[in-house]
Design a protein around this ligand. Structure first.
Ligand code: PMP
Length: 477
């Protein structure tokens, strides 16, 4: 089965000039209502490019500056409160300032800030994470400070373990600041150099032919998100992931699942666990650090043993522990890898997230997608969702139109244009949501948290309905 993630015949809005005029006046209202945010931006711009140190959260003409947050609410320096449906791009699953996490961090700090030494906390966090992800093949784990670092370490580990160099990645994939293939025509100029090859996502026959064009013993690993997050909440079909599992096994390469975002979509083992597919290595991060800086890579014991100075590295039947051919132990350092604040926050977070809690967040997400899809269908913008459509992770079964929604559970993206080409309409929606007290990513990305409620979701759907009413003349059904 060949599947693609773009659709021919992009839609245009019916009344583009009116959308552009509407956007211009929405921006004027935004500037007028957020003078303190504008001041923060102007001051910050003297020291940081565009007043910013995180490209994802930069928005034109200037971002909202937030001064405080609690539960599901964030408040700007202009004293405007918003219901947060962005959830810190999946890291904020506990809601803001959860009392258990605040207490754990405060208690942790009583012991000290950083020891420059091992503490009991890292083993406790590792054990809690393994308890959830052992079924995804997490036998040993190493901590990092971010998902970006975790993926760098994972591909480096695959290269070291196999003695090969090529990593297969996918169009539109995102694995952190320096391994991004969001632009399908080229690797980002900020990417690290290296031997990467790229294939279309969800397309086994394309992968077959690309792999057939390289020497069979050159592939070190395949790095894939089970659902592309930053790329627009595009799920991989489980069949595609199974195909990658079989193919990597056959070629002696490592399969790396980047579950930095998706690990929260299923209690036991993330999407790896949900689909019953064991990668060789898995990367995670975000909320698993309890809201502090965090990442991890882990997986097969024999692979992770490369980082064990006691056994001299890679242990396998034909490679005796201390034999002359044993690879040297690899080093993986990081001043803050085991920092006390993250360890304590992560432990508290892991204790908060049981199966029931995660299921509830993901069910709420399913019901939000259901409501929005039904709304779009009722306006003739998309086809009605089939009951299976909501739980069917194949992106090609999702109905697209001028406005449509994709995702799994509590992670989703509202799209504008069948191929995300209606940027004006998307921006207009974003400013409309802000004016009505909802905060999501400008690119339409939404994630829910423990603190998200049915009431909030219903009122978000109502605001979206009002938007459709107001702009129906401009939205092509
Ligand atoms: N991988 C994926 C799938 C991600 O979504 C992200 C972050 N959005 C990263 C890696 C990078 O994580 P971090 O921002 O913690 O470096």
């Amino acid at each position: 089965m060949t599947t693609v993630t773009t659709v021919a015949m992009p839609l245009i809005t019916k009344d583009r000039p009116s959308v552009q005029a509407g956007l211009e006046s929405a921006i004027q209202r935004y500037v007028a209502s957020n003078p303190r945010s504008a001041e923060v931006y102007a001051a910050a711009s003297q020291h940081l490019p565009a007043g910013n140190t995180r490209t994802t959260i930069f928005t034109d003409p200037f971002p909202l500056a937030i001064k405080s947050a609690s539960g599901s609410q964030i408040t700007s320096v202009d004293d405007r409160a918003y219901t947060d449906l962005l959830g810190e791009y999946t890291a904020g699953i506990y809601g803001h300032s959860h009392p258990s996490i605040v207490a754990a961090v405060t208690e942790g700090l009583r012991h000290g800030i950083n020891f420059g030494a091992t503490s009991p906390f890292e083993a406790e966090l590792a054990a809690l994470i393994k308890q959830r992800f052992a079924c995804a093949g997490l036998e040993l784990v190493r901590f990092t400070n971010s998902g970006t670092e975790a993926n760098l370490m994972a591909v480096t580990t695959a290269r070291a373990f196999t003695g090969r160099s090529t990593i297969l990645v996918f169009n539109n994939g995102y694995h952190g600041a320096v391994q991004s293939w969001r632009n399908p025509s080229a690797s980002a100029p900020t990417n690290i150099p290296g031997d990467y090859i790229m294939a279309p996502y969800n397309d086994p026959s394309a992968v077959e032919s690309i792999l057939a064009s390289i020497p069979p013993d050159s592939l070190a690993g395949v790095l894939v998100e089970p659902m592309q997050g930053a790329g627009g909440s595009f799920p991989a079909s489980p069949d595609f992931l199974r195909f990658l599992r079989a193919k990597t096994e056959k070629l002696g390469a490592l399969l790396i699942f980047d579950e930095v975002m998706t690990s929260r979509l299923h209690y036991s083992g993330g999407l790896s666990g949900k689909y019953g597919i064991r990668p060789d290595l898995i990367t995670m991060g975000k909320y698993l650090g309890g809201g502090m800086s965090f990442g991890l890579f882990g997986g097969r014991r024999d692979v992770l043993s490369l980082y064990n100075p006691k056994c001299g590295g890679h242990v396998s039947a034909d490679n005796h522990k201390y034999g002359p051919n044993a690879p040297k132990t690899l080093a993986h350092s990081g001043t803050f890898n085991n920092n006390i604040v993250t360890m304590c926050a992560g432990i508290a977070g892991a204790k908060l997230l049981n199966q029931q809690v995660l299921d509830a967040i993901n069910d709420l997400g399913d019901s939000l997608r259901q409501s929005l899809s039904t709304l779009f269908a009722s306006r003739g913008i998309t086809q009605p969702p089939s009951p299976a459509g909501l739980t069917d992770p194949d992106i090609n079964h999702v109905s697209r139109g001028a406005i449509w929604i994709s995702g799994i559970g509590s992670i989703m993206t509202v799209h504008f244009g069948v191929n995300d080409e209606l940027h004006d309409l998307r921006d207009l929606y974003w400013f409309y949501l802000l004016e009505n007290g909802f905060y999501i990513a400008r690119r339409g990305f939404i994630t829910l948290a423990m603190t998200s409620t049915k009431k909030e979701i219903d009122s978000f759907v109502k605001v979206t309905e009002n938007f459709l009413d107001e702009w129906s003349h401009a939205i092509q059904a």
